[in-house]
Design a protein around this ligand. Structure first.
Ligand code: ADP
Ligand code: ASP
Ligand code: MG
Length: 440
């Protein structure tokens, strides 16, 4: 009989009532043998995520500011959950140890990881499963880089000895035991690693929406659900802002061909979204899109120089300046006499003046124009490939909505068309594309 790995996100574990829903889901299927919990998330819109509070404690500690009040909120949340569940666990010594270590200068990664590390034993006790610390099975190398091979070896060895186990998400450790976390939302990655480690038949990712939706539900009202999506499409959508699944969670399962099923803890009968290899994706119609995702906070640096197309090495010199400054870029649309680079603002971080100076001396442009406050929108779908008229439809929708398109980039796979618009036009643009492709 196959094995299912189930990952539950923060809102699915926000209080004892939610953990009871999780228990019912796990118990409903005996093959749900491995469970990856996040830290408790928000119980309602105004609530705090435990992970955010832990980062806050760490920030206070590094400034030498007391963080007793913030830590008290964290301690209270866990104690309340344990009391309401009625499990036999004394959280006090565990919480005291975490507080002492943060006060003693432990790293941000250590502090943040404790959200999951403390929640794991609680979920394990509620389910009657063994607890396996992620520090023992999610491996990073001496330099703090994720080590896929060591992780796979540790996972299959260690989990092979547990019939049913809980492995907390988000973190792992280096050989000397130093705790490292993935980037935010990284419990999705842990779930994928456990799924690969035990050779799961499916990786179930349980969250607070009934699967992946065709657009961001915070922008478009009631977007339609996506029933089946390929790994490639999912990666495009996730990277571009459909944050329902961490964009790096796809790699471990893709290699092993394990499908991912996104499900809703509050609506367990809904089949959700299946994420599958391309050849398992079944029928789709030409001209139909799979979804739209987008992100704000990009800057476009446009470099203009007459006859640049004839200058050998022009592009290389531009990219060398970026590389030398540790800036990676997202897109590089080019014209005859212009070349633009699109960079996420998080990459720029006060470096824009240096970049302009260095670009000026490296390629002696006629002009450099910097446009901040850009948003990128990706319209993604395997049904878009080799279908004429897709871009006309897209630009027609944006034009009719009065959105000025500042940049266009179509991936060579024809799986997506990416447009750059003013950040202020982001919501209008997403709704316009959704309405034209999905509702008309
Ligand atoms: P979890 O805590 O379970 O990991 P996340 O908050 O990380 O959950 O991801 C789920 C959220 O992703 C949803 O509540 C929704 O607001 C957001 N989201 C953004 N884009 C999409 C999309 N295209 N489909 C579904 N959810 C999306
Ligand atoms: N708790 C971590 C975060 O908030 C990891 C996760 O939830 O996936 O980012
Ligand atoms: Mg998440």
């Amino acid at each position: 009989m196959g094995v299912k790995v189930t990952k539950f996100g923060g809102s699915s574990l926000a209080d004892a009532g939610m953990i009871m829903k999780v228990k019912a889901i796990v118990e409903a299927d005996a093959t749900r043998r491995y469970v990856v919990p996040s830290a408790p998330g928000k119980r309602n819109k105004a609530d705090q995520k435990i992970t955010d509070l832990l980062y806050l404690c760490h920030a206070h500690a590094t400034q030498g500011v007391p963080f007793d009040d913030v830590f008290a909120i964290i301690a209270e949340r866990y104690k309340q959950i344990v009391a309401d569940l009625g499990v036999d666990l004394d959280m006090t010594p565990l919480l005291d140890e975490v507080k002492t270590k943060i006060a003693g200068g432990a790293s941000a990664d250590y502090a943040a990881s404790r959200g999951e590390a403390l929640n794991g034993p609680i979920v394990a006790a509620a389910l009657g499963y063994d607890f396996v610390d992620a520090a023992e099975v999610v491996r990073f190398d001496e330099r703090g880089r994720f080590d896929a091979d060591a992780t796979q070896a540790a996972m299959s060895d260690r989990l092979g000895r547990h019939e049913r186990a809980v492995v907390p998400g988000f973190y792992g450790a280096t050989p000397d035991g130093t705790i490292k976390t993935f980037s935010r939302g990284g419990s999705d990655v842990t779930g994928a690693l456990v799924a690969r480690g035990v050779g799961a038949e499916v990786y179930e990712n349980w969250t607070d929406v009934s699967g992946m939706l065709m657009a961001d539900p915070r922008v478009v009202d009631n977007p339609r659900p996506i029933k089946v999506v390929t790994y490639k499409e999912l990666r495009e959508l996730a990277y571009m802002g459909a944050t329902v699944l961490h964009d790096e969670a796809i790699f471990p399962v893709r290699g092993a061909g394990i499908p991912v099923n996104i499900r809703n803890t509050n609506e367990p009968d809904n089949p959700g979204t299946m994420i599958v290899p391309s050849n398992g994706a079944g029928e789709y119609a030409h001209g139909v899109i799979t979804g739209i995702a987008g992100r704000k906070d990009f800057t476009v640096i446009a470099i203009e120089k007459a006859l640049m197309n004839a200058q050998l090495g022009f592009g290389r010199r531009v990219l060398e300046v970026l590389e030398a400054n540790g800036v990676s870029f997202e897109h590089m649309p080019t014209g005859i006499d212009t070349l633009s680079v699109v960079v996420a603002d998080a990459q720029l971080d006060g470096k824009i003046d240096t970049l302009i100076d260095e670009l000026t001396s490296a390629v002696k442009p006629d002009a450099i124009d910097v446009s901040p406050n850009m948003a990128l929108l990706a319209t993604v779908g395997r049904g878009m490939a080799h279908t004429p008229g897709m871009s006309a439809k897209l630009f027609g929708a944006l034009g009719d909505a009065g959105v000025n398109v500042r940049m266009i980039d179509q991936g060579s796979s024809e799986l997506n068309i990416i447009v750059g618009v003013e950040a202020d036009d982001f919501e209008t643009a997403m709704r316009a594309i959704y309405n034209r492709f999905v509702c008309e």
